[in-house]
Each structure stands twice: as structure tokens, then as C-alpha cells.
Design a protein around this ligand. Structure first.
Ligand code: ATP
Ligand code: MG
Ligand code: FE
Length: 339
């Protein structure tokens, strides 16, 4: 069966076409440049951009996949979490397509979709697996027993998300928005142990995270440098900050695997594109005898394929379709995989 996925939760209009675990098309239009000068996503601007981009992005996907809209057997859409107005554009479109085509509608959780997308690259998910979900708005450790039906939260950030910390530190370093990829690049020529930044909740025995103290420590360190009239070593600050984040993320992810006796770790969400996180996770998984799965970077950041992948999984698992009057839920909890 051919599944259409629609993603409009933030600033990416993503369309995916998936058959089983095979990705046929993944097209995207981003309004990120329109937000850059505000240093963050402007909800009204994002919603309008989704309205304009949705149909052309869908046409491109159909073209690329060599299929017709009438070939679609199910429609999946991000129903939350995300920006309310942005979500509404995708949800309204998905309802219209599902109704018009007479096919089932799946209102899916964006965060579960960040996990499910890996199936397009590495095949069926081991059951269970531990998933480290690290994105712009969320940072969680999940026990994924069946991504189409059940995701259990083991821990999450008590303040900032990992991606949010990357974006805020990038801003104090004078790097463009969104900052994650810029920090990743700047860090390549710096040293991760140049500056000892704090690692929040490192030894607290929980599977929770905290990044706001780290963010503040970086800002204070830079201020002190500037006050002393000394130049800020951008590459070393970026590398040392990044090391502090990925050290805690990988440590807690492997603690989760050990605690639940799980031998498969999956990393998803925009921050999973980070090169140092991928490298350190591989190193620590190898040492612990845990298999690591991380999708290619283009599938880590927001896209439509991830939504189609989760929809396809639900269809295959016989999960009942969503009613046609589902709401867009901006604060949908990570444990609600289908609305
Ligand atoms: P959520 O999924 O929580 O709703 P979102 O959809 O806005 O949030 P994603 O697209 O999943 O977020 O991820 C975007 C985040 O990933 C941004 O914070 C961005 O800076 C970060 N990011 C992207 N690439 C990298 C990278 N190479 N290194 C670190 N962070 C990165
Ligand atoms: Mg984005
Ligand atoms: Fe996301």
C-alpha cells in the first residue's frame, strides 16, 4: 500500500510517499530563511508558508515517485506536537485528501515519526528498542515496544531541549539560526576538552536531562572573555559545548539500555544529525555491545517521509484509522502515538 505523509509542525513543509519500508519520494519546502532574521521561527509566517508550499511540494513528490494522487491508499499527517497554526494547515489538508480519496487517515505523533523514520533506512525496528529523541523542542529517552502502538517515556529534559541549547549557544557565538549545524561545523576545528563546561544531571541516577545550566555557563564564559578584552575562541567553545551535550546524551542513553536490558539503541530528531553525537554514540555502543541505528542526517531533521513511515507502520499493524474530526494538538504527549 502507498502511504502519503504530510508534515507541517514547524517551518518545514514535508511530503513523503512510502510503500512499506520503501521510500519513494521525500520533498520539502522550508521557510527557515524567512525566520532567520528573527532568530527563531515566527508562527504566523510559518503557517502562511505551509499554505503556499503544500500543494506544489505534494506535486513534486508525486512526480518524483511516478505515482498519481489516486494511487494513495492512506494519508498520515503530523497531528502534534508543534505550532498550532502550522499543524492545522497539514491536518486540514490531510483530512481533505483522505475524505476525497476515500482512504484511511492517521493523525500521528511527530516525535514517534522521528523514531519510525529509521525503518526506511535500516528496516524493521527491533522490539523493544531504546530511542534517544533529540530535537529542537524535545529531548527524551523512550522505550519503544511497538512504534505503531506504544512508546514509553523513560526520561526527558527538565528544561531546555538539546536542539534548543544548540540554537541558543549558536546565538551567543554570533552564528546563524538554526545554530545546530553551524556549531557542528565550527566544532570540527576546535577541541572538545578545551573548556570544562558543566554536565547537568550527569550522576543523578535518573534518565532525565538538563541543558539550561550548560547554556548559561557558556554565555557567562563568553561574557568573561569579552569583559577581559580577549577574543572568543569560537571553535573551542563550540566543540566544548557540543562535547558536554553529547557526553550526557550518550551516557544516559546507554544507561537506559543497561537498565532495561535492551541491546538496540536508536537516535532520532534533528540533533541526531550531529556528527560528534553520531561518533561518540557509536564508540560507546561498541564498547557496551549495543547495536546503534541512526538515520541519515536528511531523515533526522523534519521531513514528510517520517510521517509516511509511521503511517505505513500503523496501516501494516492494523491500527484503527483516526476519525476525520481529529484536532491538531500543539502539546501532544510523546506517548500518544496516534490521535
Ligand atoms: P520537535 O521535533 O521537537 O518538534 P523540531 O521539529 O523543530 O522540534 P527538528 O527539525 O527535529 O526540530 O530538529 C531541529 C533541531 O536540530 C534544531 O535545534 C537544530 O539546531 C538541530 N540540529 C540540526 N542539525 C544539527 C547538527 N548537525 N548538530 C546539532 N544540532 C542540529
Ligand atoms: Mg526546522
Ligand atoms: Fe522535529
Amino acid at each position: 500500500p502507498l502511504v502519503l505523509g504530510i508534515e507541517t509542525s514547524c517551518d518545514e513543509t514535508g511530503i513523503g510517499l512510502v510503500r512499506g519500508h520503501t521510500l519513494l519520494a521525500d520533498t520539502i519546502a522550508s521557510s527557515v530563511d524567512e525566520h532567520a532574521r528573527f532568530g527563531g521561527v515566527v508562527p504566523e509566517v510559518a503557517s502562511r508558508a505551509h499554505l503556499e508550499a503544500l500543494t506544489p511540494t505534494l506535486e513534486r513528490a508525486l512526480d518524483r515517485a511516478g505515482v498519481k494522487l489516486s494511487d494513495v491508499d492512506a494519508v498520515a499527517v503530523t497531528a502534534g506536537p508543534g505550532l498550532a497554526g502550522a499543524l492545522l494547515v497539514g491536518v486540514a489538508a490531510a483530512k481533505a485528501y483522505a475524505l476525497g480519496l476515500g482512504v484511511p487517515l492517521y493523525g500521528v505523533n511527530h516525535l514517534a515519526a522521528h523514531v519510525a523514520v529509521d525503518q526506511l533506512e535500516h528496516g524493521p525496528l527491533p522490539k523493544p528498542c531504546v530511542a534517544l529523541l533529540v530535537s529542537g523542542g524535545h529531548s527524551s529517552l523512550l522505550l519503544v515496544t511497538d512504534v505503531a502502538r506504544e512508546v514509553i517515556s523513560l526520561g526527558s529534559t527538565v528544561d531546555d531541549a538539546a536542539g534548543e541549547a544548540f540554537d541558543k549557544v549558536a546565538r551567543v557565538l554570533g552564528l546563524p539560526f538554526p545554530g545546530g549545524p553551524h556549531i557542528d561545523r565550527a566544532a570540527a576545528s576546535g577541541s572538545g576538552d578545551a573548556i570544562a563546561f558543566p554536565r547537568g544531571k550527569y550522576d543523578d541516577g535518573t534518565l532525565d536531562f538538563s541543558f539550561s545550566g550548560l547554556k548559561t555557563a557558556v554565555a557567562r564564559w563568553i561574557e568573561a572573555r569579552e569583559a577581559a578584552g580577549e577574543p572568543v575562541p569560537v571553535a573551542d567553545v563550540a566543540a566544548s559545548f557540543q562535547e558536554a551535550v553529547v557526553d550526557v546524551l550518550t551516557r544516559k542513553a546507554l544507561q537506559a539500555c543497561a537498565r532495561y536490558d535492551v541491546k538496540d539503541l536508536l537516535i532520532g530528531g534533528g540533533v541526531a544529525a550531529n556528527s560528534r553525537l553520531r561518533a561518540l554514540a557509536q564508540e560507546r555502543c561498541d564498547a557496551a555491545g549495543v547495536r546503534l541505528r541512526v538515520p541519515r542526517p536528511s531523515l533526522c531533521t523534519d521531513n514528510g517521509a517520517m510521517v509516511a513511515a509511521l503511517g505505513a507502520e500503523m496501516l501494516a499493524a492494523g491500527v484503527p484509522a483516526s476519525p476525520l474530526d481529529i484536532p491538531a494538538d500543539s502539546s501532544l504527549p510523546v506517548t500518544t502515538v496516534r490521535v
